[in-house]
Ligand binder design. Structure first.
Ligand SMILES: O=C1O[C@H](COP(=O)(O)O)[C@@H](O)[C@H](O)[C@H]1O
Length: 234
């Protein structure tokens, strides 16, 4: 049974403060323990106010590696590129922000294999993974479709893979690369940040449904062994 704790805030600014504070704490703990930190951050839009706040923290950023937990397969610099948005915030601080999708990739499965190979060079497991949730219930870039089973139930060593969503999400209708469920679930700390009543309802339902959930987030969270914090604001 997954242990989940909800944290509720009055507004998105309060949520951003809390999420930034928690991520700072995780990074500091990893730096104290090992001298470096490797974290995966969600893309999309919701967590970016928290990232702006986190970037103001006094940390030894040069020792922090940040990867997007998922990526849309688009060129670097594209407005849909998750790593480009992360790099704008954290590169000026001196963090290592790593793109996970190679440039000029026509073959999404090859992009996934390349991302998986790249993960092998990182200290593992991740010190931290932040997940978002799409309004369709996807998390990271785990979507129903031909790659769904591989993303959810692939071999434990498969940290990343290419994904073609069955229904392309309108906000970013492109193939993706994502961390696998195994990679997400193996993180040392796992957090979700969402806003709005609709996503809250979806998330509550998905958790209740567990492994039989029609929503990727429900399938990903089912039977995760580490405690999960969900941060929510209206
Ligand atoms: O496409 C994506 O969507 C989800 C949710 O984004 P949000 O803007 O609705 O919070 C995000 O977590 C994921 O990283 C992204 O690639």
């Amino acid at each position: 049974m997954t242990e989940i704790e909800w944290w509720e805030y009055d507004d998105a600014a309060e949520l951003a403060d809390a999420v930034a504070g928690d991520i700072q704490f995780v990074i500091e703990s990893a730096l104290d323990a090992r001298g470096s930190a490797v974290i995966a951050l969600a893309g999309g839009k919701t967590p970016f106010p928290a990232y702006e706040k986190l970037a103001k923290a006094k940390l030894d950023w040069k020792k922090v590696t940040i990867i997007p937990g998922d990526e849309r397969i688009v060129p670097l610099g594209d407005k849909l590129s998750n790593v480009t948005a992360l790099a704008k915030i954290f590169l000026p601080k001196g963090a290592r922000v790593m793109p996970i999708v190679p440039e000029a990739t026509a073959d999404y499965k090859a992009a996934g294999r390349s991302a998986d190979a790249l993960m092998q060079d990182l200290h593992w497991p991740l010190d931290f993974c932040l997940l978002g949730v799409g309004s369709d219930g996807h998390t990271a870039s785990i979507f129903p479709g031909v790659d769904y089973d591989e993303a959810l139930n692939g071999p434990k060593e498969r940290r990343a893979l290419g994904v073609m969503p069955e229904s392309l999400p309108p906000e970013a209708p492109v193939a993706r690369v994502t961390l696998s469920r195994a990679a997400i679930a193996s993180s040392k700390a796992l957090m979700i940040a969402v806003t709005g009543d609709a996503k809250r309802k979806l998330l509550e339902q998905a958790i209740e449904q567990g492994p039989s959930s029609p929503y990727p987030i429900g399938r990903v969270l089912a039977d995760v062994e580490l405690p999960i914090d969900i941060h929510w604001a209206p």
